[in-house]
Structure formats: C-alpha cells, structure tokens
Design a protein around this ligand. Structure first.
Ligand SMILES: NC(=O)C1=CN([C@@H]2O[C@H](COP(=O)(O)OP(=O)(O)OC[C@H]3O[C@@H](n4cnc5c(N)ncnc54)[C@H](O)[C@@H]3O)[C@@H](O)[C@H]2O)C=CC1
Ligand SMILES: CC(=O)C(=O)O
Length: 312
C-alpha cells in the first residue's frame, strides 16, 4: 500500500533539493524522504528544509536510505550528472544510465506500488530506461517531459502579448531537448486563436518572431547553465505542478513523458505529449491536432531519441 502523503526525492543536488523545497512549500505531503549517495548532503538538506516547517504545513523531512521508500506514493528521481556549459542533455546519457541501473532496482526492491517521476536528463531516455528496468506499469513511470519547456513558452508568449501566462494555451512537445517543437497550429489565448488574438489587439507576430520564441525556449537551459551553472527553480515548480495533479487527482493535462504507443504514428518511445495526469499516474495520452509539419517534426524528434536508445 502506498500513501499519497509520503514522497521521496532520490538525488539531492541543485534540482532534487529545489524540488524538495517546492514540495515542502506546497503542503501536499506530510512525509518526505531524501536520499543521496552523499548522505551528508541529504542530511543537510533535510535539516535546512525542516527549519522552514513552522512557516508551512506540518511535514516530516528526513534523510534516509532505500528501505525508507516503503509506502511512498511518489518517488522523484533527480540523481545524476547535470550539463556543463556546451554539453547537451544527450551527452549525459552514458553516465546517468549507469546511475539508474544502480538506483532503480533499489527503489523497486522497497517500493513497487508508487509512481516514479524521472527528472534526470536526458529525461525521455531515462524514463524509457526506468520503465524497462523497473518493470512497473507504464502509467506509473513518468518523466517531467516538456512541462518545463511548455511553461517557458507560456511565460515568453504571455509577456510578449501582455497577458497572464495562465491564459496562454500552447504546448512544447517531443524530446525535452534539442529536437522539441512548439505546436503553434493550436496555440490560443483562452480559446482565441493566437493570430486572431494578435490581430484583434492590433499586434503582429510574424513567423520569424514565433521561431525566435521557440528557439529561446529550446535554448533556455543552455543560456541559464552558461550564466549560473545549472537550472533548478523552473523544474522544481514543474515537479510541484506534476505532483499536485497526481496527489489531488486533478486530471490536469500536462506534457509529461511516458510510453507512447499508438499516438501520432509513434510506437514504443517516451517523450513529452499532453496527457491526463491523476492519482493512477498517466491516465490517458492525448492526440492533440498537429499540422503535417508539426507531425513530421514530432516523428523526427522520436527518431533522434530512438537512435540514442539504440546506442545504450
Ligand atoms: N527534466 C528537466 O527538465 C531538468 C532536468 N535536470 C537534470 O537533473 C539532474 C540533476 O541535476 P542537478 O541537481 O543540477 O545536479 P547535481 O550535480 O547538483 O546533483 C546531482 C545529485 O545526484 C546525486 N547522485 C549521484 N549519483 C547518485 C546515486 N547513485 N544515488 C543517489 N544520488 C546520486 C549527487 O550526489 C548529487 O547530489 C541532471 O541530469 C540535470 O540535467 C535539470 C533541470 C531540468
Ligand atoms: C537542464 C534542463 O533540462 C532544463 O533546464 O531544461
């Protein structure tokens, strides 16, 4: 039996610790286990986070080991190497797959009922690997996918159009990485088609401008890593949003990564596409309308991931 009020974070570096912080702040959980190969790091993070508990809701945060995963409803995996300036996410694959080969069996030894939320990069490849290594049902092996990239798009588009990004409905789909794409064909502002919204407001967004926005989203991580060494707040808030939809059974539609078979002409690949996310994990992968160019780019993104999978 798992308890949706208990979560765990495996890997407490910049990303894991920031996720833990945003989850403590969320009030979604009453128990949180932190695990890291560097036990002292996990202990330090647990102490630091615990000191903020009087300002949020009661939660027991502690550093633990794999047996402590028993009963956790969600286990977030953020262990492994991050990109150094100039590195792609795919460049991390060999280092991080080795780490996953060690940690995933340890996780499932003590917890085979919970939902695994993979954050480590390359996230789509590692979600697929986690599914294979764990043998868990596909609904319960989820990657953060393009949730962060979609948030970046909503933020930039909202700022450009002068509207609250929550009213911007547009997705980045595919690989969380260099081959991702923006689905402009169905982009809308609270139901108003993007181009109609612009012309009604006397604005013009040219194809070149849309492409610049897309590139800004796609290359955000590189820019942040060049400037401050790592990205962590945006993903931490994305993880909080994903957990919220699961724990509260909100059935929100988020572009998480999970096994896709029989959608968009794809088979047996994990990548980010809009999916209904609830208490059981990924409850349904949605087929959003794509134009021919978008569909071709999605297939190309899948093909590039498949090449990486072949190499491991
Ligand atoms: N999916 C997404 O949108 C995002 C993913 N990331 C990815 O998250 C991952 C973590 O990044 P950072 O936290 O910045 O790296 P980091 O180097 O700060 O932290 C990694 C942590 O993993 C731990 N670790 C390493 N091997 C381990 C093992 N076998 N068992 C348990 N813990 C282990 C390390 O001790 C360290 O504390 C990277 O792969 C990064 O690319 C980062 C941002 C966004
Ligand atoms: C590092 C990374 O994957 C991101 O910030 O998108």
């Amino acid at each position: 039996m798992t308890d949706m009020h208990k979560c765990a974070v495996v890997g407490c570096g910049f990303v894991g610790a920031s996720c833990a912080f945003s989850l403590v702040e969320s009030g979604l959980f009453s128990e949180m286990v932190l695990i890291d190969v560097n036990k002292e790091k996990a202990e330090g993070e647990a102490m630091d986070l615990s000191h903020g508990v009087p300002f949020t809701r009661p939660i027991e945060v502690y550093a633990g080991d794999y047996p402590d995963l028993e009963g956790a409803g969600i286990i977030i995996i953020a262990a492994g190497a991050n990109q150094k300036p100039g590195e792609t996410r795919i460049d991390l694959v060999h280092k991080n797959i080795k780490i996953f080969q060690q940690i995933v069996p340890q996780i499932t030894k003590y917890n085979s009922e919970g939902i695994l939320l993979v954050v480590t990069n390359p996230v789509d490849i590692l979600t697929y690997a986690t599914l294979q290594i764990s043998g868990l049902p596909r609904a319960r092996v989820i990657g953060s996918g393009t949730v962060l990239d979609t948030a970046r798009l909503k933020y930039l588009l909202g700022r450009r159009l002068g509207v609250d990004p929550r009213g911007v409905h547009a997705f980045i789909i595919g690989e969380h990485g260099d081959s991702e794409l923006a689905v402009w064909s169905s982009a809308n502002i609270s139901g108003v088609d993007l181009s109609e919204f612009c012309s009604a407001g006397g604005m013009k967004l040219t194809a070149e401008e849309l492409d610049t926005l897309y590139r800004e989203v796609r290359d955000s991580a590189y820019e942040i890593i060049d400037k401050k060494g790592a990205t962590y707040y945006g993903i931490a808030m994305s993880v909080r949003r994903i957990c919220e939809s699961i724990v509260r059974d909100e059935r929100s539609i988020l572009p998480v990564s999970s096994l896709i078979t029989g959608h968009y002409g794809l088979t047996d690949i994990c990548m980010g596409v809009p999916s209904i996310l609830g208490r059981e994990g990924v409850e349904r992968v949605l087929d959003i309308p794509l134009n021919a160019e978008e569909n071709a780019r999605l297939l190309k993104s899948a093909a590039s991931l498949r090449e990486v999978l072949k190499s491991i």
